[in-house]
Design a protein around this ligand. Structure first.
Ligand SMILES: Cc1cc2nc3c(=O)[nH]c(=O)nc-3n(C[C@H](O)[C@H](O)[C@H](O)COP(=O)(O)OP(=O)(O)OC[C@H]3O[C@@H](n4cnc5c(N)ncnc54)[C@H](O)[C@@H]3O)c2cc1C
Length: 466
């Protein structure tokens, strides 16, 4: 913040790493895309090697200096916001694609590599990492891994974390840890599960509380030979949830790369904006969009099965929504909710939650109750279909200058209501911190692991309620 007391560097910059501490240069490091309050760091270090990070963490641990880690800063959970001050590690300097091993089917990257950059390299090889966010140009692979982002991902691939083969992580004492098969000397990354428990999982969703990720290995998949999209309308969320549950019990979803559901308000807004002649009362009460991929025969068979299943639950094809909206997502490779575009116009408080499919109506009731309780905010919501269960997002768009207190109170109330409805926090950062603290033995165990790996408590204080 301009005008803040200038303290000077807190930690010596390692050779070859960029370090700065001018308040004006620190401005962009105050927050991410979330509605979580900003923080003010005193120093930023941009390393280009893992060994430099080891040196920084050793020194910060000895001096008790908080260290936050920033990838693209596009997350909506406040994980990068330096609430306790201290220094920010800008991972943008570790941005090399290290290895595309077609034989093993594994790509290894440094954490600062952007999704868009990687896709540009893999597409000509007919390969993909399967899950790509709408923030592909700016979001980093390391940020997505550490925040367990993109779990909104895919009916086919489930979650981004499931695509991780192994990691290299620097711990608070400077130890360089490799997980999965790469834990064994000279073996390299080819398998997530080596001897003993899965240490990779400790850092996926860890939000930089347990270590700094310096390498990520991901599975490679062939790009599908054929793609197609389809939308299906249902009378209400109950019928749509029953349809999804039936699909999730079967095998058809292996040919669905992405699927998401849109509540009545979103459907009406999308359709009537483009076609004011259509009576909103004739539109479905809930709509699901499917993005199919695979060999041509598999895609045809999956589409037929999905339609037959939808019809058994009173659903019907809804080609207009596909034409106006959903198919464009596929063409633009934007695998996200209908709301991403609004981020450019307004700040958004967003609460992500995982839920069993049968709870979808309850999830949408929370959204509607929040909308009724705080009508001055613009509310939206959607679900993304996983192999099992759903990821849901409730979004509250607000004007930061005038509606900050109202938005904060509304999000708190909504978070509590989602929990009551049986939804669990997802992508926590600082957004869900108080809810994570309520998970008694889980959080107590997390604290014990944190105490063992980061005894000085320097890594991202506040994230995950730690
Ligand atoms: C408009 C918009 C659209 C989005 N679209 C999608 C979408 O399609 N699908 C989806 O699931 N999500 C989406 N997101 C959120 C998405 O999760 C982020 O875009 C992205 O994955 C986070 O990457 P990042 O590099 O920006 O992470 P950051 O915001 O920089 O960091 C996220 C967390 O990871 C930590 N971190 C970063 N790098 C490291 C590292 N190397 N080691 C340890 N910890 C680290 C940070 O401290 C922080 O806690 C969207 C967000 C916005 C605003």
């Amino acid at each position: 913040m301009i005008g803040a007391t200038v303290l000077g560097p807190l930690v010596r910059a390692p050779d070859g790493a960029l370090s700065f501490d001018e308040p004006v240069d620190l401005l962009t490091y105050q927050r991410d895309c979330s509605a979580v309050a900003a923080g003010v760091a005193t120093q930023v270090i941009r390393p280009s090697e893992a060994t430099q990070i080891a040196g920084v963490l050793r020194e910060a641990s000895a001096a008790g200096v908080p260290v936050y880690v920033r990838g693209g800063g596009t997350m909506y959970a406040g994980g990068v916001n330096p609430h306790a001050g201290g220094l920010v590690l800008d991972m943008g300097g570790l941005d090399r694609v290290l290895d595309i091993d077609v034989e093993r089917g594994v790509v290894t990257v440094e954490p600062g590599v952007r999704f868009g950059t990687l896709a540009q390299l893999l597409t000509p090889l007919g390969l993909t990492i399967g899950i790509v966010p709408s923030t592909a140009p700016s979001a980093t692979i390391g940020g997505a891994a550490a925040a367990h982002a993109l779990g909104t991902g895919s009916a086919r691939f489930q979650s981004f974390a499931d695509q991780v083969v192994g990691l290299e992580v620097v711990l608070a004492d400077g130890t360089l840890l490799r997980t999965g098969s790469a834990a064994a000397r000279d073996a390299g990354f080819f398998h997530r599960y080596g001897i003993g428990p899965d240490l990779t999982g400790l850092f996926l969703g860890g939000d930089a509380t347990l270590g700094v990720i310096t390498k990520i290995a991901l599975w490679l998949h062939p790009l599908p030979a054929t793609r197609a999209t389809g939308c299906y309308g249902f009378a209400d969320p109950q019928a749509a949830a029953a349809f999804l549950s039936e699909l999730q019990r079967g095998e058809t979803l292996q040919h669905v790369w992405y699927a998401s559901g849109y509540e009545a308000g979103s459907v009406r807004a999308r359709v009537t904006a483009a076609r004011p002649d259509i009576d909103p009362a004739t539109l479905p009460g809930f709509c699901l969009g499917f993005d199919y991929g695979g060999e041509a025969g598999d895609v045809t068979q999956a589409r037929d099965r999905v339609l037959a299943t939808a019809q058994r639950h009173g659903g019907r094809e809804f080609p207009l929504f596909n034409e106006l909206y959903f198919d464009r997502l596929r063409n633009d490779q934007i695998y996200w909710y209908s709301f991403a575009g609004y981020f450019s116009r307004s700040r958004c408080g967003i609460l992500m939650a995982s839920l069993p499919t049968a709870r979808m109506p309850a999830f949408l009731s929370v959204l509607n109750a929040s909308r009724a309780a705080e009508p001055t905010l613009v509310w939206g919501g959607a679900v993304v279909v996983c192999r099992r269960g759903l990821h849901g997002g409730v979004m509250a768009f607000y004007d930061e200058a005038t509606q900050w207190p109202a938005a904060q109170a509304a999000m708190q109330a909504c978070a509590a209501a989602l929990r009551e409805a049986g939804c669990i926090p997802y992508k926590s950062g600082k957004m869900w911190a108080s809810e994570v603290r309520r998970m008694d033995s889980y959080h107590a165990t997390l604290r014990r692991i944190k105490a063992a790996l980061d005894p000085a408590g320097i890594l991202s204080p506040g994230n995950l309620g730690l």
